[in-house]
Design a binder for this molecule. Structure first.
Ligand code: SAH
Ligand code: SF4
Length: 395
């Protein structure tokens, strides 16, 4: 990729109605407006449509119901009409691996037979689900396993929100109809991070629609402050993220000079550090969120010097920020090593003394290759060649 080459999105879309599902439309992933239109299209009177949307929405996203027959506040005949025209379907869980530390990794099959990974990370006071937005990635960050896999396609909104729903299925976290609202006690799945496979801002509309569904108070009802979208730095979409999603933002910063960042995060050639920082500066106000998370992967001898730490602090001056240090997670054939622990501590210390929170992310689920940057669907054989990677990163 040269500095001025367009970043192309080589996206395949799947038809919503496909023969394998006898033409019925999947309701999962439709926005409220989309659901309304779908209901009107099958003859629901305009006047009733809003109420029907509310009813169906609650069944699907609050109670986790998958069968129209169970929607007891709808007339029997209407339920039958719904069942004739619609499906309520999630992507299929092909396998589930559980790490020694309780992390669960789901291998999820989506339409077309492609696979993505979703990771659930239980912690003392919360449970975070790391979801994917694309099969593979168009970008080629040189330290990221997903970056070695070609983009196969964007996920649909239904496949994105479906990952949240299937994790709730597995955790047994839907309330039981008629028993309670399910709002008592802490949630097992309380936070979402868009840090799985793919660049979420290259699949903006589907990510937005899925997050709107996850935030909707009458359904899954996760607060926008509990959703963090991580981007490698797609500058033109950052303001739009604030305005149309309003979730928390994390940025894969990883370097303090353009020279090094060009190699680690090649999208930097297109939108270099100065432009990225400008967009980030505006984000908290636009989205009414407190601070931005700067992710910084610790690579031995590459970006982990005291000088880097000091430069980082200088660069982010004026931006309300937290710096999340990520010890590099290795994967087969990775061209880097994790910084030594004392180096990571020294780096963290400089940042902390400058007044920023600098948590070091504990790798989770390493034994099942579920840690940050280790995801790559083994069944997707499409690989970027070493040459393609070299051409993009200059490594
Ligand atoms: N595409 C988005 C989100 C997915 S990656 C992005 O790049 O931000 C989620 C985080 O994991 C990013 O900060 C990414 O840079 C980091 N990451 C990727 N590979 C990693 C690895 N091998 N070890 C540690 N962190 C990694
Ligand atoms: Fe894609 Fe993010 Fe990996 Fe970069 S770090 S290759 S943007 S998934």
């Amino acid at each position: 990729m040269s500095a001025d080459a367009p970043i192309t999105q080589d996206v395949l879309t799947i038809p919503r109605k496909d023969a394998a599902t006898d033409g019925r439309v999947n309701l999962v992933g439709l926005t409220r407006d989309g659901l309304r239109e779908a209901l009107v299209a099958i003859g629901t009177p305009e006047k009733q449509a809003r109420m029907r949307v509310n009813q169906i929405w609650q069944w699907v996203y609050h109670w986790g119901v998958r069968d129209f027959e169970a929607m007891t506040n709808l007339a029997k005949a209407y339920r039958a009409t719904l069942a004739e025209n619609f499906r309520i379907e999630l992507p299929e869980v092909v396998s589930r691996q559980v790490s020694d530390d309780g992390t669960r990794k789901y291998l999820v099959r989506i339409a077309g037979g492609h696979e993505v990974e979703t990771v659930y990370i239980p912690e003392e006071d919360r449970g975070t689900l790391c979801i994917s937005s694309q099969v593979g990635c168009t970008l080629t960050c040189s330290f990221c396993h997903t970056g070695t896999q070609k983009l196969v396609r964007n996920l649909t909104a239904g496949e994105i929100v479906g990952q949240i729903m299937l994790a709730r299925d597995d955790l047994g976290e839907w309330p039981e109809p008629g028993v309670g609202s399910g709002e008592a006690g802490p949630r097992l799945l309380s936070n979402i991070v868009l840090m799985g496979m793919g660049e979420p801002l290259y699949n903006f509309e589907a990510v937005r629609d899925a997050m709107k569904i996850a935030m909707d108070g009458e359904g899954i009802a996760l607060s926008r402050r509990r959703i963090t979208l991580s981007t490698s730095g797609v500058v033109p979409e950052i303001a739009r993220t604030a305005e149309e999603i309003g979730c928390m933002l994390a940025v894969s910063f990883h370097a303090t000079t353009d020279e090094v960042r060009n190699k680690l995060v090649p999208i930097n050639k297109r939108w270099p550090i100065a432009e990225l920082l400008e967009a980030l500066k505006a984000y908290p106000k636009l989205s009414n969120s407190e601070r931005i998370t700067f992710e910084y992967v610790m690579l031995k001898g590459v970006n982990d010097s005291d000088e880097d730490a000091r430069r980082l602090v200088q660069l982010i001056k004026g931006i309300p920020a937290k710096i999340n240090l990520i010890p590099f997670n290795e994967w087969p054939g990775a061209p880097y090593e994790r910084s030594d622990w004392p180096r990571i501590k020294a780096f963290a210390d400089i940042i902390y003394k400058a007044g920023y929170a600098s948590p070091i992310r504990t790798p989770r689920g390493e034994d099942i290759m579920a840690a940050c940057g280790q995801l790559k669907s083994a069944t997707e054989r499409a690989r970027k060649s070493r040459k393609e990677i070299e051409a993009e990163t200059g490594l």
